[in-house]
Design a protein around this ligand. Structure first.
Ligand code: C2E
Ligand code: MG
Ligand code: MG
Ligand code: MG
Length: 288
């Protein structure tokens, strides 16, 4: 089956083609089969300290390593996984693998994991995450969880209790895609966020579009007055990097620093910077 991977690989990045070629049912069937088979894997997008340029962590982004269709991006399967109740299993599988792969990296390196709205309705979410941390030996204080604004609408008191349990373990909490949802400001008070992530749509456009620039600047000032550090996503070039640095932003990610990459590429990057300690990290362990 893997023989066809070369031909299909690039076509599958095209969302329109995907919709035509693969039905929801096929995705659902693929999820049911592919999750236990370990086909859902973490890719790693570098996050840097904008002042020093140093790598300080990675955002974990799920990819489907489809046996015949190549690498499928999350927008193609996450909505289906949410709808058919498979998002938790997918997420646990990706997290287990990421925690295992990253546990021996330098202690300064953090992981940011995305949690979807459907998962914030699961009263066992915090227990599941803690169990994974214990199982893999990955330290809670090197984990940040990203949630989007829409997650908070559904059941705020449950979300608050889940988040409370996660924070009690030392896990940090980021508000993802800030500026794109509804009632952003109210949500900032509803949950104890440690960080705001400015949505990439504002960041990528900021040097061409004065309104985007004004929004990034306003969010940056909001973060300052609320004492919440900011991460900018979507830093695509040096000019955006320079503008953000001038504004005093703390942390960022984007194609300028690196696209989401395989664990092998992430390890190479860390090794170059001396952030991949000792021979321990070289030992490969079976994941399934
Ligand atoms: P997100 O959390 O906002 O992640 C950032 C997205 O921006 C990623 O898309 C990343 O590849 C892309 N990106 C990074 N740098 C740049 C840049 O410089 N320019 C541009 N134009 N884009 C950039 P990706 O990997 O396709 O993920 C899409 C979304 O899927 C994520 O958005 C996140 O909401 C969701 N997602 C990914 N993995 C998971 C997961 O394991 N669980 C859940 N629940 N959601 C996930
Ligand atoms: Mg995110
Ligand atoms: Mg985001
Ligand atoms: Mg986004």
């Amino acid at each position: 089956a893997a023989k066809t991977a070369g031909r299909g690989r690039h076509a599958w990045f095209d969302a329109t083609m995907e919709r035509e070629l693969i039905s929801r049912n096929a995705i659902e069937a693929g999820l049911r089969e592919g999750i236990p088979a370990g086909q859902f894997v973490p890719y790693y997008e570098p996050q840097v300290d904008l002042t020093s340029g140093a790598i300080i962590g990675f955002e974990v982004l799920a990819r489907w390593e489809h046996p015949t269709r190549g690498i499928i991006p999350p927008d193609s399967f996450i909505p289906v996984a949410e709808e058919c109740g498979l998002i938790a299993d997918m997420s646990v599988s990706v997290m287990r693998r990421a925690f295992t792969e990253a546990r021996d990296w330098d202690p300064s390196i953090t992981l940011s994991v995305n949690i979807s709205p459907a998962q914030l309705k699961d009263p066992w979410l915090a227990q599941k995450v803690v169990k994974l941390l214990v199982e893999t030996g990955y330290p809670a204080n090197r984990l940040e969880i990203e949630i989007t604004e829409s997650s908070l609408f559904q059941n705020l008191s449950l979300a608050q209790s889940i988040v409370g349990s996660l924070k009690n373990q030392g896990i940090r909490l980021a508000l993802d895609d800030f500026g794109t949802g509804y009632s952003s400001l109210a949500h900032l008070r509803a949950l104890p966020f440690d960080r705001i992530k400015i949505d990439k749509s504002f960041v990528t456009a900021m040097n061409k579009d004065p309104e985007s620039m004004a929004i990034v600047d306003a969010i940056s000032k909001l973060g300052e007055s609320l004492n919440l550090p900011i991460t900018a996503e979507g830093i695509e070039d040096q000019a955006i990097y320079d503008s953000l640095r001038k504004m005093g932003l703390h942390k960022g990610q984007g194609w300028h620093f690196g696209k989401p990459m395989t664990v092998a590429a992430a390890r190479r990057l860390l090794a170059e910077k001396g952030l991949l300690p000792s021979a321990r990290a070289v030992v490969e362990e079976p994941l399934q």
